[in-house]
Design a protein around this ligand. Sequence first.
Ligand SMILES: Cc1ncc(COP(=O)(O)OP(=O)(O)O)c(N)n1
Ligand SMILES: Cc1nc(C(=O)O)sc1CCOP(=O)(O)O
Ligand SMILES: [Mg+2]
Length: 215
Amino acid sequence: MTFSLTQGGLYAITDSRCLSGTSLEQEVEDALQGGCTLIQYRDKSSDHAKRSQQAQALLKLCHSVGACLLINDDWRLAADIGAHGVHLGQQDEQLEIARRELGNQAIIGITCHDQLSLAVEAQQQGADYVAFGAFYPSSSKPNARPAPLSLLNKAQQSLQLPVVAIGGITLQRAPELWQQGADWLAVINDIFARQNIAEHCRSYLACRQPLRDQR
Ligand SMILES: Cc1ncc(COP(=O)(O)OP(=O)(O)O)c(N)n1
Ligand SMILES: Cc1nc(C(=O)O)sc1CCOP(=O)(O)O
Ligand SMILES: [Mg+2]
């Protein structure tokens, strides 16, 4: 499989707790088996050794199937282990610095909350994708600022970058997000807290297929 950001799909973001009761590696392996092609390693702890070891293990899994691993917040860790890139929020280090340190091939995604203007700015600064949310209440991030579904369509009309939707996404909610114009659905809880991760991921991708066939 050759990874392509423009193809869109399912974007699985890890949680520092092992939500399914197996192991982080097993969870990610299952998500990859289910067709996720984009994985974000998100661990807010300050245990650098653990973070580095876990991220390297996930990178190996991603390499084995041609998927892409991004590191949340920390471009240094991404550079150290040779990950594909980084996801940065508005409070994280600047896109400009991450781009300079990681190079042009790296994938850099930017959180834009509910603001198209932040996305336009990120696009001008060379981001590879923009993420909007939270579209629904999220148990993983209860204080996330809400974003309206209509933003997805506006973003598709005004940007030339892949658009990621995040926040409280479930399989039931996936069709409306694909329909509104999301290229990627970024999900923590509704992937990793499940017992049937691979099958559940396949169901997400299956409900996108009819829309792709129409376009
Ligand atoms: C795909 C994606 N979108 C948004 C976020 C949130 O990033 P940020 O605002 O920096 O918050 P934290 O994830 O760092 O708590 C994300 N991680 N991934
Ligand atoms: C990490 C994150 N960022 C958000 C934002 O709105 O920027 S919502 C969120 C949590 C997403 O997890 P879940 O799929 O479990 O709701
Ligand atoms: Mg962040």
